[in-house]
Design a protein around this ligand. Structure first.
Ligand code: HEC
Ligand code: HEC
Length: 281
């Protein structure tokens, strides 16, 4: 019972379950966009029977913030991103709008299928990599920092136009080796606490860790506006924080390891809705 003992050592406060699955709450944004927050687990998430958005584990007050864009603090950053989207930058004299249309209409659906194999580059690309690819190759502009404000805001804009669409990330094609690498990372115990992602988010979701209601660690809601730091948070920033909590050395945002982990974690959410920018603690 190594797992139980290291959990007991590291997380002395694991307490009773709160049963997210009993919640009757439904997430409908602006009385218009239906969000699937519970779904049957895809076959490749072999140890889960149902998958849940992190939304289902938050307090009623936090849940409510996502029901109307005027209450969702993350939407302010979407407006900022729209300004950047319309701004001409770089040697080619183009803005994102020049090629992708008004209000990111040409990018509707993209969030649901990322990370995605990029045939030209011969590697899996996250949304951030695709954005920087356009900036450097198509605009002649400087790349944005992987978790910079401009970047996370832009991912929020691109996510917002796909809200309600089912996450449907591919993992059985040329991206399969990367997916397997991500799966390996997901199940590897790290740090002094010897905990893997799975120990918390698969074996113990719905339990309390200190004051926090543990979710499945899904990423369909990213980027997330966190009440804790009052800004949008990128997927890789969250991975970094979770690994730090096990007192392990962590990878950098944008590293091949985190790209692989993101692909794997995203695929575990196939069937949930794109929900970002979401609101979390
Ligand atoms: C000169 C035209 C051009 C500009 C300017 C441009 N892009 Fe692109 N972008 C493209 C093309 C072409 C593709 C590839 C489309 C495809 O593969 O289906 C692409 C792909 C993308 C993708 C991946 C979409 C997908 O479905 O895989 C994203 C995200 C993206 N661009 C975002 C941006 C953002 C954000 C900006 C501004 C910072 C921008 N682009 C500027 C032409 C452009
Ligand atoms: C010690 C337990 C623990 C471990 C190990 C852990 N996490 Fe977390 N994680 C948490 C807690 C607590 C939260 C905040 C509450 C929640 O959303 O589950 C969280 C939140 C998250 C979220 C945000 C979910 C949302 O909807 O906003 C993601 C994504 C996530 N973790 C991914 C991971 C990944 C990937 C790993 C492995 C690299 C990992 N976590 C390892 C405890 C852990």
């Amino acid at each position: 019972m190594k797992r139980a003992s290291s959990l007991a050592f590291g997380l002395a406060c694991l307490a009773s379950a709160v049963h997210a699955q009993d919640t009757e709450s439904k997430l409908v944004i602006n009385d218009d966009i239906d969000i699937t927050t519970v779904a049957e687990a895809p076959a490749h998430a072999e140890n889960l029977s149902e998958i849940y958005s992190g939304w289902a584990f938050r307090s009623p007050e936090t849940m409510a913030l996502q029901m109307d864009d005027f209450d969702n603090p993350g939407m302010i950053f979407v407006d900022q991103a729209l300004d950047a989207y319309n701004t001409v930058e770089g040697s080619a004299g183009k803005s994102c709008q020049s090629c992708h249309g008004d209000d990111a209409e040409g990018l509707v659906g993209a969030r649901a299928v990322y990370p995605k194999w990029n045939a030209n580059a011969g590697e899996v690309w996250t949304m951030e990599m695709a954005i920087n690819g356009c900036r450097t190759e198509r605009m002649g502009a400087e790349p944005w920092g992987y978790t910079s404000g401009n970047m996370v805001n832009m991912t929020a804009l691109i996510s917002s136009v796909s809200r309600g669409m089912p996450v449907n990330v591919s993992f059985e094609g040329p991206e399969h080796d990367t997916w397997l690498q991500g799966k390996e990372l997901y199940y590897t115990r790290t740090g002094q606490l010897e905990l893997s992602c799975a120990n918390c988010h698969e074996d113990n979701y719905d339990m309390m860790i200190r004051a926090d209601h543990l979710s499945q660690g899904q990423i369909n809601g990213f980027p997330t506006y966190r009440l804790k730091n009052a800004k949008l948070n990128a997927v890789h920033s969250r991975f970094k924080g979770c690994i730090r909590d096990t007192r392990a050395e962590t990878y950098s945002p944008g590293s091949p390891e985190f790209v692989a982990l993101e692909l794997y974690v995203a695929s575990r959410g196939n069937g949930l809705s794109v929900e970002g920018p979401s609101v979390r603690n």
